[in-house]
Write a protein that binds this ligand. Structure first.
Ligand SMILES: [Zn+2]
Length: 298
């Protein structure tokens, strides 16, 4: 035991992703004294307003890339404060979600078009500076087919594997190599979870918003990812909700994310789930702690 604090780095594509994927887990570990750093790859500059009651902060619109970036920086700061975590930007530009048939080309210079080595380099350096024991990101599908989410997986995966290798991504004056001990994928919208919430709501005589989703998703036969790790986070749902609300341009406080009453959620689904993608310490799954195997050696 070195007595060094444990460190967790959660790598996300856009501001607001940290509030909807593993948010309560970051709040829980921060509350326990773990140093938590949320890394946001892009500024979210191509998001649309998704909350009908959103009013931009004084002096800002949501019409230009510059204003969107400014608004989302303010929102992100409030969300990080709600979770009790630090946050840092990687500085790439949102690729936007291409829509239409055929799909339009991605905008020039966006995150998803930056060559992998160039896109991963700042994250490798950040891993070497922050020295996380555990990193979280998305699975290889992105968890959701947004080009930035897939790219986010790729850069985090690359950084996890390369940061400990002095021969890779070497920069003058850069930090010492550091190999994080474990890599996890967020397990955001598991079907099992949605179904449990749906059944509990219908059972309690409440109107569930999930029926159509369950049917469409079952019809599309999206395979479920493996769950290796369940973290009990029910004491931190309030912080997660506050972080979501902080992203006022994106999250409707009367919408989907808040459809399940909190007491019911605590009853039927008090955990957040992860998939262990790689470990450099001995582990036994299933686990209930992202630092299982790491605590023993640090
Ligand atoms: Zn996103």
């Amino acid at each position: 035991m070195t007595g060094e604090p444990l460190r967790l780095m959660a790598v996300h594509a856009h501001p607001d992703d940290e509030a909807s994927k593993g948010a309560a887990t970051t709040a829980k570990y921060a509350a326990e004294g773990v140093e938590v750093l949320v890394v946001t790859c892009t500024g979210g500059e191509r998001g649309d307003v998704l909350n009908p009651s959103f009013v931009p902060p004084e002096g800002l619109s949501f019409d230009t890339i510059e204003d969107k970036r400014a608004v989302r920086r303010l929102e992100m700061a409030a969300a990080a404060a709600a979770l009790g975590v630090r946050q840092q930007w990687l500085g790439f530009v949102d690729s936007g979600l291409p829509e239409g048939d055929p799909l339009p080309p991605l905008p020039e210079g966006c995150f998803a078009l930056v060559p992998l080595e160039e896109a991963a380099a700042p994250l490798v350096e950040l891993v070497r500076q922050f020295r996380p024991h555990v990193m979280t990101t998305y699975d290889p599908t992105g968890g959701y087919p947004h080009p930035d989410h897939i790219r986010c997986h790729e850069v985090a995966f690359e950084a996890y594997h390369a940061a400990g290798d002095a021969g890779r991504y070497a920069v003058d004056g850069g930090a010492e190599p550091w190999a994080p001990r474990k890599l996890y994928y967020n397990h955001g919208f598991s079907m099992e979870r949605i179904r449990a919430a749906h059944e509990a709501m219908t059972g309690a005589g409440l109107e569930s918003p999930f029926g159509d989703w369950i049917e469409s998703r079952t019809a599309r036969e999206i395979p479920e990812r493996e769950v290796t790790t369940r973290i009990d986070v029910s004491d931190h749902f309030a912080q997660r909700d506050a972080a979501l609300v902080a992203h006022a341009s994106q999250i409707d406080p009367d919408g989907f994310f808040f459809a399940v009453p909190r007491d019911l959620e605590v009853d039927v689904w008090p955990t957040e789930e992860f998939e262990l993608a790689d470990s450099r310490v001995p582990v036994e799954t299933p686990e209930d702690d992202l630092f299982a195997g790491v605590r023993e050696e640090s």
